[in-house]
Design a protein around this ligand. Structure first.
Ligand SMILES: Cc1cc2nc3c(=O)[nH]c(=O)nc-3n(C[C@H](O)[C@H](O)[C@H](O)COP(=O)(O)OP(=O)(O)OC[C@H]3O[C@@H](n4cnc5c(N)ncnc54)[C@H](O)[C@@H]3O)c2cc1C
Length: 473
């Protein structure tokens, strides 16, 4: 074994969180080494956010043919789609994103990027196993940004040759005629919808009673009804699987179908189990995940920070970016700084999008909350867009109308989500927000309607029309 290499900061993982950590370590002018076992390119760009959105966009484009007859188009029924072309175009587009992320890692880290598998011997002593052999690295501090991987539970073993995970989905040469999607959280819902809109027969199943992880019961009911139009939904029920000659028989209660392939979207597991954390003396919870502070990303009182999916806290790209930046900033300094975390935001790009912002319905106080509702059937633009089932619920403090959170299934929900998240984080009240302009006819008027509904339920504090302030100059 070669001598131990010394450096200031080791970053394990060149994914989104790791690259944001790298930026901060470089800004602080500290020496560093970045380790990644590959493939480079980040989960988000290679097998996550980006290919899933390309798939949804392809599905939306192909599904648009159904609406063409409404404007007098003829011959639509004669159209056909070549799924292998659709999927290879997806990969071409996806590769541009992934190549960009690979370039960021290679240029950002230069010859300090070491490709190999990292493992802890002590909290600041790392063993790197690479094709060049085994090396030891001693660092002043470490950032763990090793991401996560799809889970494939043991009970799926009997159908293992007919089941894929989301990493494998985008590598298929062509798409099957039918697919069963196991797990209908945000990822399973998005993939089920993308595939069904591309013309695949999809059966989606989940033990949970709701799709997309929605906890607001009114939004959940709407979403169930809406997405059942795209694909078969088997919710709140256990699924039994049996390998057949040509595929897999899927049963739940009285329901029974046969599919060519299954997609497991049953959650992701943080990549911390192979890091030797326990033996190296890290404080771990009962699932083996390091115990850390989400304001500093520090693990216990060690000079080690954990960011992104690896900590299993907020497995989303924008959170991985913030956490990576916090971890990198703190790893480059003697004492960690506590950072204010941004308000929570979750979007499934399901069109109508399923969104949760701020405080979730099940975390609201049991009293002192008003809910402002906007129904898509009453919004002109939403009606034109054919998404009348859209629904927005905004939660506010009953004492002053300060916004607490929101849940929705709305066309253009990705945009409303941001408006509401920004307003909530700024501590805005329904009254104050109504003093801002709303154009007509726009989907944003859903927000205006929900805000007005909140104000209606609060004690009147002003004789003036909602949203208008008298000019006292
Ligand atoms: C299908 C799908 C759709 C998604 N859609 C969205 C979305 O629309 N919006 C959103 O915000 N999020 C989305 N996500 C989640 C998002 O992709 C992740 O939260 C984010 O990519 C996590 O980034 P990360 O840096 O933590 O991990 P990664 O990007 O996975 O980086 C981890 C890196 O660590 C390396 N590594 C692991 N173990 C070791 C080791 N022992 N030694 C050395 N290197 C190691 C890996 O090779 C990898 O390069 C989606 C995820 C999936 C799967």
């Amino acid at each position: 074994m070669k001598n131990i290499i010394d450096t200031d900061v080791v970053i394990i993982g060149a994914g989104s969180a790791g690259l944001y950590a790298l930026r901060e370590v470089r800004r602080a002018g500290r020496d560093f080494l970045m380790i990644d076992r590959g493939p480079l390119g980040t989960t988000c760009a290679r097998v996550g956010c980006m290919p899933s959105k390309i798939a949804l966009h392809s599905g939306a484009e192909w599904a648009a043919r159904h609406a063409l007859a409404n404007i007098g188009a003829h011959g639509v029924e004669g159209l056909s789609i070549d799924h292998s072309t659709a999927w290879s175009r997806l990969r071409q587009q996806r590769d541009l994103f992934a190549d960009n992320a690979i370039e960021n890692a290679r240029i950002g880290a230069g010859d300090k990027l070491l490709e190999g598998q990292a493992r802890f011997l002590e909290p600041t002593l790392i063993e790197l196993e690479s094709p060049q052999g085994i090396q030891r690295i001693r660092a002043t501090s470490v950032v763990i940004a090793t991401g996560s991987r799809p889970v494939m539970p043991g009970w799926l073993e009997s159908v293992r040759d007919r089941i894929i995970n989301t990493d494998e989905l985008f590598e298929l040469n062509t798409l099957p005629d039918s697919i069963g999607v196991l797990g209908l959280g945000a990822i399973g819902l998005e993939m089920g919808l993308a595939l069904s809109r591309l013309g695949i027969r999809v059966t989606g199943a989940d033990l949970a009673a709701n799709v997309g992880g929605i906890v607001d019961p009114v939004v959940a009911e709407r979403a169930h009804a809406r997405f059942a139009r795209d694909m078969e939904l088997w919710l709140g029920t256990e699924t039994r699987l049996e390998r057949t000659d040509t595929g897999v028989r899927v049963r739940a209660g009285e329901r029974d179908t046969e599919v060519d392939l299954l997609l497991a979207a049953l959650g992701r597991r943080p990549n911390v189990d192979g890091l030797g954390l326990q033996a190296a003396g890290f404080p771990l919870d009962e699932r083996g995940t390091p115990i850390f502070d989400s304001a500093t990303m520090q693990i216990g009182d060690l000079p080690v920070y954990i960011a992104g999916d690896a900590n299993a806290d907020r497995p989303l790209m924008h959170e991985a970016a913030d956490e990576g930046a916090i971890a990198g900033y703190n790893a480059a300094r003697e004492a960690p700084t506590r950072f204010v975390r941004k308000i929570s935001l979750g979007i499934a790009f399901s069109n109508p999008d399923v969104v949760t912002v701020g405080t979730h319905f099940n975390a609201l106080p049991s009293e002192g909350v008003v809910i402002g509702i906007a129904d898509g059937s009453k919004n002109g633009r939403v009606r034109i867009l054919g998404a009348t089932e859209s629904l927005l619920q905004v939660y506010a403090d009953a004492s002053d109308g300060r916004l607490l959170g929101a849940a929705m299934m709305t066309t253009g929900g990705e945009h409303l989500a941001h408006l509401l998240a920004w307003a909530i984080q700024r501590g805005e009240t329904a009254h104050d927000l109504l003093s801002l302009p709303f154009y007509h006819p726009v989907v944003e008027e859903m927000v205006q309607t929900a805000l007005q509904d909140i104000v209606k339920q609060l004690p009147a504090t002003s004789p003036y029309p909602w949203g208008l302030t008298p000019d006292t100059m």
